[in-house]
Design a protein around this ligand. Structure first.
Ligand SMILES: [Zn+2]
Length: 186
């Protein structure tokens, strides 16, 4: 028996191999989870059930997320979500990719997103909305933005000194949309 966390609507198996049991449903010869919880595959009985997770809640609008930048485009940044919290409470991610539009980056005017974020940077952001086809973030508060950045020349982590990001290895000075919670300070 193996267990994994599943979300409502997640496909668990094809109906030929397993029968739907507790907290699951069958549709078009496939079995899906109907609640958030842990899927249990009983290989001997060929049954799947989901043990409902009562304490774990999915992430929502207003949650703070830690994410890593995957791509920087002209008008948006694409990130991979790593963890979510609402206040001190940890929330379960039900989607793993999100979009940050240029208009939600900061209060000031942003000319070029490439001067604010780089691929590989870690950011803290707030969830603005969760739609079936995507998660949208904002960083337009002083506490939000990049919390750990890497040198675009040599990839070493950048340190914050006098409001400037500096590479200790090659001396490069860089700019980002920084969070007040930037991790590496000198
Ligand atoms: Zn460097």
């Amino acid at each position: 028996m193996r267990k994994k966390v599943v979300i409502p609507g997640e496909e668990l198996a094809i109906a030929e191999e397993y029968a739907a049991s507790e907290n699951t449903f069958e549709e078009n010869e496939r079995i899906y989870a109907s609640v958030l919880g842990r899927a249990e595959y009983d290989k001997a009985k060929h049954e799947i059930s989901v043990l409902a997770e009562k304490t774990a809640k999915p992430f929502t609008e207003g949650c703070k997320v830690i994410a890593q930048v995957l791509a920087v485009r002209k008008s948006r940044v694409l990130v991979k979500l790593i963890e979510a919290r609402l206040g001190p409470e940890k929330r379960i991610l039900t989607q793993f990719f999100a979009t940050l539009f240029i208009s939600n980056v900061d209060e000031r005017f942003i000319k070029d997103l490439n001067e604010e974020f780089k691929v590989g940077d870690f950011i803290i952001a707030e969830v603005e909305s969760i739609k079936p086809y995507g998660v949208y973030l904002r960083t337009n508060k002083p506490s939000l933005g990049v919390i750990k950045a890497y040198c675009s020349v040599c990839r070493a982590p950048l340190y914050l000194t006098n409001q400037k990001l500096m590479c200790k290895r090659c001396g490069s000075v860089e700019k980002r949309k920084l969070s007040a919670e930037y991790i590496l300070k000198v």
